[in-house]
Design a protein. Sequence first.
Length: 453
Amino acid sequence: MAIRIIVLAAGKGTRMKSSMPKVLHRLAGRPLLGHVLDTVSTLNPASITVVIGHGSDQVKQTITQSVNWAMQTEQLGTGHAVQQALDGIEDDDTVLITYGDVPLTRSDTFKGLLDVTSKDQLGLLSLIVDDPSGYGRIKRVNGSVTGVVEQKDASEEELKINEINAGVLAVNGGALRKYLGEINNENAQGEYYLTDIFELAVKAGQTIQTVHPEDEWEAEGINSREQLAELERVYQQTQAAMLMAAGVTVRDPARLDVRGTLNTGTDNEIDVNCVFIGDCSLGNNVSIGPNCVVIDSHIGDGTVVQANSVLESSELGAGCHVGPFARLRPGSKLAEGAKIGNFVETKNASIGAGSKVNHLSYVGDSEVGARVNVGAGTITANYDGANKHRTVLEDGVSIGSNTVLVAPVTVREDATIGASSTITKEVSAKSLTFTRAQRTDIDGWKRPEKKKK
Ligand code: UD1
Ligand code: CA
């Protein structure tokens, strides 16, 4: 009585015009097949088998979920594809079959199908649409489903039916094996149709119960890049709706992309064209300006990130101020109230409470204490061409503009560095240090003049 999942993903996806198998194209940053596998694994199945063919090596390499792979070397039809995945399926198992290119079916919809499926009944996901063209049509007599006819095999009358087969179904394992043994390829496409099992089931005295998805897009498959873009927007609109319901002001739900998970508190504000990638979180009262990219980063209460900032694998404490045009590279950690201003790049650097790096600086492989001020144009020269070295600026340090800190180097507490210095050795606490070329003045200096030809 186990639940077994079969996902069909052997097709080429000709209309994608791509060297990559269709199911590996990404929606919200994840392969289409990855979405399906994540959803079906919430059903606690005994096994998930994915039928692959075109680009099978690439599919196996890319997909991270652990599944069984079944090879279908020739795409002879959906019925033939399922036949390749019957290993290990017991007679009293319930088998759920779906497609790797239909990414957004809800887990509740799959559950609905499993709920109606028994030894005597098959579950079939169907929906009523305005334009049924291209889909298999659901045939009914006196309200009961009698079969599914493919578009290319349908009569004039059948083509008018606007209840379509979404392609997802659930069926008893023994019955599935039996009917698949009976189907043939004598039809308009010369394929073994999975959908032929419905007529066989009805003939054998079983009933077919249709289940409808809550939203039409749950049943939508991707055949072209245009459809991929459409479903991406559907997905992103639902993400935006969830964020707003959780208390986030989203300036324009049509201009927000979440490619991963974004956990948030309340009263956060996200301006237009922001992209969140991977695992991100916002505390409360966070403000993200327009055009920001936030990757695997966590942002504390009341922090403001201004326009055009890029944050990656960074941790920002409460009350920080970042940007506009800041770049926080992996390993950047800002303590409470820290400020990173425009055209500043940080990497693998912790910036202490209340410290400021306000303009045009690079702070990498550094440990910056509290209340430090790093003047404009300061560079930590952390790389000697072979190895990276650390810079330590202790609490209360003040670095003048245009300073080069040649790592490894430490500036002790409350020391001051004069502008335009190159610091190669430790600076002691509370001192003033500067290196400066001597100034030269030449009176009456004549600039060179252009020679006449
Ligand atoms: C199928 C259904 C149709 C339904 C539609 C919904 C059949 C015969 N028809 O038609 O009733 O309305 O889906 O989208 O099932 N695949 C394989 N191996 C194959 C053939 C297909 O793995 O030999 C996979 C494809 O990669 C794809 C899925 O099965 O993910 C559906 O195949 P496709 O050719 O798109 O079926 P349709 O003709 O659209
Ligand atoms: Ca299709």
